[in-house]
Design a protein around this ligand. Structure first.
Ligand code: ADP
Length: 200
C-alpha cells in the first residue's frame, strides 16, 4: 500500500519546495486546489449542477463559475456556501481518487496530497495516513514571500493571520519539517529523512 501523505504549511513556509523534493524522490503529487478549481472552470464537472442549483446566471460568459456573483450570494445567504460545497466536494473526492488509482497503477509508493487548507477544512484527515507540516517562524514567512512577490510585509501578515494558527497546524502534524535557519541543502536532507519513513 502506498502511503498517503497530506502536505501543508503556511504561506512561505516552503511547502512547494518540499513537494518538489518529494517528487524528485519518487512521490506522486496530487494538487487538491487545482482539482477543486478545475471543477468550477469552463467545462468543469460542477458547472451543470451549479447552473441547476443556483441558476444559469451564476455561470459567466466564459463558461466558468462567476465567483464574484457567488461570493455576493454567499454573503447574503450563508447557506449557499454549503450548497456549493455539497456540489464541489464529492466531485473533488472522485477526481482525487481517480488520480490516486492512476498513481498506484503507475507504481507510486507514496502519494503526497498538497492541501493548503488541510487544517482549516478538517475533512481530509480520514483519507490520509500522515500529515506532514512544513513550519517556520512567521517573520521568515514574511521575508520569503516579500522576496518572491510584490506583496508588502503587512499584506503577507494579513494572509498569515487568515490562515490556520501555527499552533493548530503543528497540533495536526504527524511529521514536522522545521524549515527555519537552514539552507535548501539541509532542507533536502530533512525531506529525505522524512521520505524514508514514507516508503520512498
Ligand atoms: P510555500 O509553497 O510554502 O508558499 P515556497 O516553497 O514557495 O513556500 O518557498 C517560498 C520561497 O522561499 C521560495 O522562493 C523558496 O525557494 C524559498 N525557500 C524556502 N525554504 C528555503 C530555505 N530553507 N532556504 C532558502 N530559501 C528557501
Amino acid at each position: 500500500m502506498a502511503a498517503r501523505i497530506g502536505l501543508t504549511g503556511g504561506i512561505g513556509s516552503g511547502k512547494s519546495t518540499v513537494l518538489e523534493m518529494l517528487r524528485a524522490l519518487g512521490a506522486a503529487a496530487i494538487d487538491a486546489d487545482a482539482i477543486s478549481r478545475a471543477t468550477t472552470a469552463f467545462g468543469g464537472a460542477a458547472i451543470p449542477a451549479i447552473a441547476a442549483k443556483f441558476g444559469p446566471e451564476y455561470i459567466g460568459p466564459d463558461g466558468a463559475l462567476d465567483r464574484n456573483r457567488m461570493r455576493e450570494r454567499a454573503y447574503a445567504h450563508p447557506e449557499s456556501r454549503k450548497d456549493l460545497e455539497a456540489i464541489i466536494h464529492p466531485l473533488v473526492g472522485r477526481e482525487i481518487e481517480r488520480q490516486v488509482q492512476a498513481a498506484l497503477a503507475a507504481g507510486a509508493r507514496c502519494i503526497v496530497f498538497d492541501i493548503p487548507l488541510l487544517v482549516e477544512s478538517g475533512r481530509w484527515r480520514a483519507q490520509l495516513d500522515r500529515v506532514l507540516v512544513v513550519d517556520c517562524e512567521p517573520e521568515t514567512q514574511v521575508a520569503r514571500v516579500t522576496a518572491r512577490s510584490a506583496l508588502a510585509p503587512d499584506q503577507v501578515r494579513a494572509i498569515i493571520a487568515a490562515q490556520a494558527p501555527r499552533a493548530l497546524r503543528l497540533a495536526a502534524a504527524d511529521v514536522v519539517i522545521c524549515n527555519e535557519g537552514i539552507t535548501l541543502e539541509a532542507l533536502r536532507s530533512e525531506v529525505e529523512q522524512a521520505a524514508r519513513t514514507f516508503g520512498l
